[in-house]
Design a protein around this ligand. Structure first.
Ligand SMILES: Nc1ncnc2c1ncn2[C@@H]1O[C@H](COP(=O)(O)OP(=O)(O)O)[C@@H](O)[C@H]1O
Ligand SMILES: [Mg+2]
Length: 232
């Protein structure tokens, strides 16, 4: 559903992506894992055609209207209520407004439908951003650090939603710098360090591959073995 082949990206003199290659199958939850500045958001921006690559090729098996995007900057209207925010989006994309309430229900925000965004907790706001991303039932969902800054309970809520979306047919591409999250949530991950993929595969497979270096390593220690630096 998603592929990148030898992608290179530069910002003036700085090369921020070097030879990035991976693919994501239908109904997979794929996690791009790397510390801040590794190039995760740049990859999402290239895949969603918001940025142009300087080399290599990439593609997704969905039209722009069939993709959902949740970025760090949520772009919600803070004085409008939850349901009003979704209605604005529904009107732009010609989606029936009843979908707004359905989406709020699916993220557990039905009771807060009339609350203005500036009265929401961070967790609720993230769930609203997710509701907006799934309003049009996208085939592919791009989530840039969907649980950053959330407490464990709120993060678990988002994890459950992501699993449900996959089970109903979506392919999910997410970024995170949280190893636990990647292991719990993702079928496959790619470890990104300074714009290069240093390892990829199923989390358990990756750990197994490096078990000669350390007994029963976790992803965190594999990352340290490969890069010499810690994730956060
Ligand atoms: N518009 C931009 N102009 C110049 N440099 C940028 C721009 N966007 C990102 N960068 C740089 O590219 C690198 C990767 O950034 P980013 O993709 O945001 O990383 P991540 O999302 O993994 O934290 C960083 O060094 C960042 O400073
Ligand atoms: Mg980022």
């Amino acid at each position: 559903m998603i592929r990148m082949n030898g992608v290179v990206k530069r910002f003036s003199q700085q090369t921020v992506l070097s030879d990035v290659t991976f693919c994501v199958q239908k109904q997979e939850i794929f996690g791009l894992l790397g510390p801040s500045g590794a190039g995760k958001t740049t990859i999402i921006n290239i895949l969603t055609n918001q940025l142009q690559a300087d080399g290599g090729s990439h593609g997704i098996d969905a039209a722009a209207s069939e993709t959902g995007l949740m970025l760090d900057e949520d772009g919600l209207y803070t004085r409008l209520s939850c349901v009003e925010n979704l209605n604005v989006f529904a009107d732009i994309y010609a989606i029936p407004r009843k979908k707004s309430l359905e989406a709020l229900e699916s993220v557990g925000l039905a009771d807060a439908a009339k609350k203005p965004v500036n009265k929401l907790s961070r967790g609720m706001r993230q769930r609203l951003a997710l509701a907006r991303a799934i309003l049009h039932s996208p085939k592919i969902l791009f989530l840039d650090e969907p649980t950053s800054g959330l407490d464990p309970a709120a993060a678990r809520g988002i994890h459950k939603l992501i699993h449900n979306l996959r089970d109903s047919g979506a392919t999910v591409f997410l970024t995170t710098h949280n190893m636990d999250e990647a292991v719990k949530l993702c079928d496959n991950v790619a470890l990104l360090h300074k714009g290069r993929i240093v390892e990829h595969g199923a989390p358990a497979e990756i750990c197994e591959r490096h078990s000669a270096m350390k007994t029963s390593p976790d992803l965190e220690s594999v990352f340290i073995i490969l890069t010499g630096v810690e994730l956060e």
